[in-house]
Design a protein around this ligand. Structure first.
Ligand code: SF4
Length: 184
């Protein structure tokens, strides 16, 4: 087991975010969890991965973020103490489970933050038809980059005539480890 012991766990309401009803928390770890980062990045679709400084940023749904450092876990956006503790238990389980399976996982060193909206846009039908619920293809491309929607939300893209664009977009997203937020 890579992560065995949490030394301290501090939960607080940040002063700069006092208008928001969310909590921040920081767990200090007895163990160095950084060897698991490239594998967690693959499995959980890391938003940003700074390999040199060993920082992996995970974006979850509903405005929640988890930042992994070698011996720290920072959690932002929990609604209450119970959710904060549940998120810590969830990520601890993920770290140990993924690290145990690392021989079966291809490590990834890029994050979703490297995706460019303009590159996504070029691979959409670019008709601004609004069938996805967004006013423009640019708005859809931005939401897709953030992981807030999925490819089938653009119905025209599923049509045969856009097959090449769809496959190229899928490959582009996958090259950055993209995944929808509700997949976590
Ligand atoms: S459904 Fe597709 S083509 Fe239509 S506006 Fe949305 S992204 Fe553009």
């Amino acid at each position: 087991m890579l992560l065995e012991k949490v030394i301290t766990y501090e939960i607080f309401r940040p002063k700069m975010d006092s208008s928001k009803e969310v909590l921040h928390s920081i767990a200090t770890l007895a163990d160095d969890i950084s060897p698991a980062f490239p594998y967690i990045n693959t499995e959980l679709g890391g938003w940003d991965y700074d390999q040199r400084n060993q920082v992996l940023l995970l974006k979850l749904s509903a405005g929640k973020w988890i930042t992994l450092h070698a011996q720290k876990i920072a959690i932002r956006g929990a609604r209450d103490i119970e959710e904060s503790r549940a998120l810590l238990e969830w990520i601890k389980g993920q770290i140990n489970d993924i690290y145990d399976r690392r021989d079966l996982i291809t490590p990834r060193y890029t994050g979703q933050a490297g995706l460019k909206v303009i590159n996504i846009l070029k691979l959409l039908p670019m008709t601004n038809c609004k069938l996805c619920g967004y006013a423009t293809c640019m708005a859809y491309a931005t939401a897709l980059r953030e992981g807030e929607i999925t490819l089938p939300d653009c119905l025209p893209l599923m049509e045969e005539r856009y097959r090449e664009k769809r496959e190229n977009l899928q490959a582009y997203l996958e090259s950055f480890g993209w995944r929808a937020l509700d997949a976590t």
